[in-house]
Design a protein around this ligand. Sequence first.
Ligand code: HEM
Length: 158
Amino acid sequence: MSKWFYANIFLLLLVLYQVMTHYTFSTLSLPVLFGLIGFLFYLFNWTRNAMFSSIRTTPDRKRKIKLANISKKVLPFHRWTGTSALIFIILHAVFIIKWYGFSYSITKMVVGLIACLNLFLLVGTGWLRLFKPTGKLRKIHLGLGLSLFFLISLHLIL
Ligand code: HEM
């Protein structure tokens, strides 16, 4: 299994821990719920990266084919799951700002905003690839997916 599968499982556990220990967990407040749903949509898409990594590294041909087939099946939804992630994260941000207001001194909010901008560019380059499927755009899209992984990790631990 690719190291990315373990990294993704770790991030998922971290998010679940943060949500379950949040003071609003008993009522599951809308801002936290939208943050969780948006995150899950992103993770679903980012897991494709772990799959490609496994396809590249596994010597087992049968496993390569199996993973490639799974990846092909989810491809038609990839842009839509990414767009859903963006919509839920925008809702998360709107509810958070309505609740607490916005302050540059709250690092969690600043990192959240950078992550949201990153997600916007990630989804944008994803749609752009439909019209301009260049290698350069593929690399940028992948790089944005990777930077978002670290930004979300930071957003959660702050
Ligand atoms: C990709 C972008 C984002 C993701 C995946 C995300 C995800 C989450 C999740 C799952 C939580 C609940 C767990 C926790 O408290 O750590 C959370 C909390 C929070 N998020 Fe985000 N978020 C994102 C963007 C933003 C943005 C844009 C803002 C600011 C406007 C923001 C501000 C906050 C704040 C202040 C909390 C703490 C809420 C509280 O303690 O009541 N987030 N985020």
